[in-house]
Design a protein around this ligand. Sequence first.
Ligand code: 8BR
Ligand code: 8BR
Ligand code: GLC
Length: 467
Amino acid sequence: MMNPNWDKLYASAFERVRANLGNAGSVLLAYNTNVDVLRYLRRDDLEERIERAGRDEVLGYSSELPEMIKSVPQLLGSILWSVRQGKAAELFVGSCRVRFYMKRWGWDEVRMGGQVGIMANLLGGVYGVPVVAHVPQLSRLQTGLFREGPIYVPKFENGELKLVHPKKFSGHGGWEEDSPIHYIYEFPRGFRVLGFEAPRENRFIASADDYNTALVIRDEFREGFDEIAAGVGLAIISGFQALTEDTYREPFGVVKEHLRVLSEREVPAHLELAFTPDETVRREILRLLPMFWSVGLNEVELASVMEVMNERDLAEKLLSSDPADADAVIEAMLKLAALGVRRIHFHTYGYYLALTAYRGEFVRDALLFAALTAATKARLGDVPSMEEVAKSLKVPVGGMAGPVEEALTKEYGMKDGIAEINGYQLAFVPTKIVERPKSTVGIGDTISSSAFVGEFALRRGTQMKRL
Ligand code: 8BR
Ligand code: 8BR
Ligand code: GLC
């Protein structure tokens, strides 16, 4: 039986976080910003394209992903891979011909993309929390996607570092043709193609992007980082996912230096993980983990991190049921916590958990707030305003979290979503689930940034009251 208090807890968490967002301070967001173009797949169109490209060759690629996309059959096969399994995937497109093919195929929507871009528009554009963002390519197409609000990029003017809204960053960093564009092929649950049926909604991303995929870091951030860091109270870091064994060294040198500066200035930094296929890069990310205050991940990302920690059985267990088995999730979270991260935020379809080295209901309340924003993003494909977030209070809590809540209550004496495990606090929330989401891309970023910033807004809000 589900705890009947959740509706009340949701409503009061929303009011409390909304009232305190002004206390969060400024947030640094680095490194990946790009343009997302969304194509909602249509069966007849896709089948026709598969026939034209050669059905057998395409089908061959639909059972195993290539390392990168170099041909049209590989592109279509990778899309099929995602549809067949209902899984997300993201691959780099290393061929001009395929990039041109995708461009001519077209899109239904152009959106802000990349963890940094999505979070900047949410935090700055909707919550009114000031952000300083890393935008590797400030083309007109890219900067035009930023919302109005306290969103800034650093700019050198007469040798001095200034913060300006991206739209005011004149002297564009490159040719328009050069914008990093991610082609996002979205499909709903039950989508049918060539006799396959998607078990759940998801997307395949083909990245025509030479900036974020190589973690290009701008000069303003290389030369002016100390000054940038001096002006912020929080940081959210992301964008390592496309690096490989051959490309990670140079950017990671810079990233390590940035993390050192942030920790020297006592700026809590959150690492937003994304699925990183390269094992060497994943190991290196693990090595950076102790420099972070907080990390955010989903079940696939948690399993992939367990793999490189030589916890293969646990990794398998994490992916063997839906929703992920909470015992396995907690075991894995404890292993990450042992590396010295103070906050681990896990999200999956149905519930979120936060394991923290500190206590307080504000951790849970921030998760509840995040679930409301996530439901808004699922409903509309975007989070246009706080009014729309408030409307998501009406979205029902999904049923799949019930058994998880029951198990946690029995095992750890959890009450209203709060328990204690091995000296850590565990916060749990059942999430609101939107029946027919508009799209899936970017929901994870919305969840993690809202929960992290919401938590500090509440924490700093109460500290101020106490003073
Ligand atoms: P496997 O365990 O089947 O390899 O799946 C790994 C998970 O990571 C899948 O859930 C898939 O959706 C995701 N993934 C992403 Br995101 N990008 C991927 C990529 N380039 N290659 C493989 N899996 C990827
Ligand atoms: P990732 O992109 O990191 O996988 O995060 C996606 C998250 O979005 C899921 O963990 C789930 O919590 C949330 N989500 C998805 Br997917 N579909 C949703 C829906 N229809 N309603 C609410 N949340 C959803
Ligand atoms: C990845 C993709 C980007 C997308 C984002 C959403 O960063 O590269 O295109 O917007 O994920 O989470």
